[in-house]
Design a protein around this ligand. Structure first.
Ligand code: SDX
Length: 429
């Protein structure tokens, strides 16, 4: 492969280096372009721009491939668990049995929120969206551990990441309980990550939550499938904040905010609201699909399309199969699943979607499983955030440990007014 690219500008030729990643992705390195030519690049939505080199996750959008640290998502979904995958993403390797035990014990030791955090929950209106509570409370955690905000972050990374990964679950469950006027459930050290979360969400003083292995496994799989996904909007946000040397809590709280949007992690809640709307209207989906094709309608087929996948999202395939398994094991028949299947079939045979290579993404079926697990719709994106936390922590670590790393500071092309003068207020119209 030629290791340089030539760019002709105003009769001059500039030579730029190129590079190739371990999965044969190729890039032109434009880091010296402005110094050499005075030009910058402009790339709306960063569709063609790499912000970093990373060793964590690889996606081939055309082939529908997703690998965490080189291991295919299909293999991890079948053989691994969320916490084992969290260790893989954060530490770069599958844990030995002793390492997994140590990692799991660290999560248990750090599962409790500081008792004074409870007062913050009191202050939120019960109608608060749990994503607002989650981002606020993740930042609030750092107020109780000032020692984690000083000194070399590398020194306290292990305990800080364990505290964040463990407590994101506790905060989420407490937020849900508060929203329903229910007493909070403290985590149980005897329970592992996902089972403990379900206990904190659904146990009551008069009745312990009955842990169904099918439900625990299904939610653990949902967390695992959401654990990382290259430089998506929220992960890129975490890296942006981390690049200023802000702490892990601030960086990941920013990730929660970015994830909330309905074009990103908020899509799983929007999919359920879309399916509910279609179901309530008696439409078989065809009217909605027509609206989604009409730009003027402002509607999109939520859970469809992806910036990178121009093929079926491999996670959607796994979740769709899990959907069928879980609903049949729990003996649930959900009319929304029938509508989703019909929508998918119609869209995959409609030229508008086919021409634009729009396929179901991770959010299209995940809400149906979460509904079957009795997770309320407003908590869907919170579940996504819990799952994505290991990926955010792994990316935070990559930025934090990059000693040659620079602050992320994109350029722009100014298109505003020029040569303006100051007009005294009396003369303004
Ligand atoms: C996630 O990046 C990641 O990795 C994200 C994620 C992760 O794990 O982190 O995978 C998680 O966010 C999945 C995506 C969830 N969002 C949705 O399901 C919302 C619906 N999807 C769209 O909003 C859209 O597909 C995006 C946001 C996902 C991708 O947007 P792009 O890449 O900017 O594509 P685009 O908006 O430029 O669309 C290209 C064309 C446009 O039509 P034309 O201008 O060419 O005529 O496709 C159309 C769009 O109008 N289009 C859709 C559509 N998605 C794209 N039309 C109808 N319904 C849709 N869902």
């Amino acid at each position: 492969m030629d290791n340089t690219a030539e760019l002709k500008l105003n009769g001059k030729t500039f030579t730029l280096p190129t590079l190739e990643g371990t999965e044969q992705e190729r890039a032109v390195d434009v880091s010296q372009l402005r110094a050499q030519s005075g030009y910058i690049t402009l790339d709306d939505g960063y569709g063609n721009t790499g912000s970093c080199k990373s060793k964590i996750t690889f996606i081939d959008g055309d082939a529908g491939i997703l690998r965490y640290r080189g291991i295919p998502i299909e293999v991890l979904a079948e053989k691994s668990s969320f916490i084992e995958v969290a260790h893989l993403l954060i530490n770069g390797k599958l844990p030995t049995s002793a390492e997994l035990t140590r990692f799991s014990n660290l999560l248990t030791e750090n599962e409790l929120l500081h008792e004074d955090m409870k007062f913050h929950f009191e202050g939120f209106p019960t109608s608060s969206h749990p994503m607002a509570i989650l981002s606020s409370m993740i930042n609030a955690v750092s107020c109780f551990y000032p020692e984690l905000l000083s000194g070399d972050p590398k020194q306290h990374f292990e305990v800080e990441s364990a505290r964040l990964l463990s407590q994101v679950r506790t905060i989420a469950a407490f937020a849900f309980r508060k929203s329903r006027g229910l007493p909070i459930n403290y985590p149980k050290p005897a329970l592992k990550y996902t089972a403990n979360f379900l206990h904190m969400m659904f146990s009551n003083p008069y009745q312990e939550y009955a842990l169904d292995p099918v439900v625990v496994r299904a939610l653990d799989l949902i967390f695992l499938l959401h654990a990382d996904h290259e430089q998506n909007c929220s992960t890129a946000t975490v890296r942006m904040v981390a690049s200023s040397k802000a702490n892990m809590f601030a960086s990941c709280a920013a990730g929660v905010c970015a994830l909330w949007g309905p074009l990103h992690g908020g899509a799983n809640q929007a999919v359920l609201e879309m399916l509910d709307e279609i179901h309530a209207s008696g439409d078989d989906g065809s009217k909605f699909i027509n609206a989604a094709k009409d730009k003027k309608s402002g509607k999109k087929l939520m859970g469809f399309g992806h910036r990178v996948y121009k093929n079926y999202d491999p996670r959607a395939k796994i979740i769709k199969q899990a959907c069928d398994d879980v609903l049949s094991k729990l003996q649930i028949s959900d009319p929304l699943l029938d509508i989703a299947n019909k929508l998918e079939h119609a869209a995959l045979h409609d030229s508008y979607f086919v021409e634009r290579k729009l396929y179901p993404n991770v959010d299209f079926y995940s809400g149906i499983i979460m509904r079957a697990l009795k997770i309320p719709t407003e908590m869907f994106t919170v579940i996504f955030a819990i799952g994505r936390m290991p990926g955010w922590i792994a990316n935070y670590r990559e930025v934090m440990e990059d000693n040659s790393g620079r602050i992320y500071r994109p350029r722009q092309v100014y298109v505003g007014p020029v040569n303006q003068t100051y007009v005294p207020i009396k003369e303004r119209k």
